[in-house]
Design a protein around this ligand. Structure first.
Ligand code: T46
Length: 139
């Protein structure tokens, strides 16, 4: 199964333009506790380079484009987000990196938990150990 889980967000359009509504436990598959957004990313900058223990997120590129790398410890996959009606659902132990931000990129992220630095795994070798531990628990 692919690590790239995309959510198609229904556009409510009329002759005035477009509108998308995000609702917890409806098109966003969890309780929403936090929203943050990333913008004015400097040219050539990449972000992320971490995984989370428990956090579940949906990333939506409101403007411009950005490429995510999602890595489950075995497979690395890339997806470019460039439309406000597509959400990238990131759940479970997944290393994520964000590359190739366009100058005008506005990336909004809807999150299931408040900010907690203790939930971050910022070291790739530690991430691989956590994946291995999780896999040995499920076998
Ligand atoms: C993720 C990717 C997609 C806060 O104080 N509160 C917050 O809610 C967030 C998200 C960050 N911060 C602080 C922590 C750092 O001092 O803001 C600074 C930048 O955060 P970070 O380096 O973690 O940013 P990114 O872009 O590498 O990662 C972010 C999220 O942190 C992360 O959960 O999945 O976007």
């Amino acid at each position: 199964m692919s690590n790239i889980q995309l959510i198609n967000l229904k556009v409510m359009g009329d002759d005035r333009g477009s509108l998308i509504s995000l609702e917890q436990n409806k098109n966003i598959p969890f309780d929403i506790k936090r929203i943050y957004y990333i913008f004015d990313t400097q040219h050539g900058v990449a972000r992320g380079f971490h995984a989370h223990y428990d956090l579940e997120q949906v990333a939506i590129c409101m403007k411009g484009s950005v490429t995510f790398l999602i890595d489950d410890g075995l497979i690395q996959e890339r997806v470019t987000l460039s439309s406000p009606d597509i959400g990238l659902h990131i759940k479970g132990l997944k290393w994520r990196e964000m590359h190739d931000f366009s100058d005008d990129c506005v990336l909004m992220v809807v999150a299931s938990e408040l900010y907690d630095e203790a939930d971050y795994i910022r070291d790739y070798d530690q991430f691989l150990k956590e994946v291995s531990n999780a896999n040995s628990c499920t076998q």
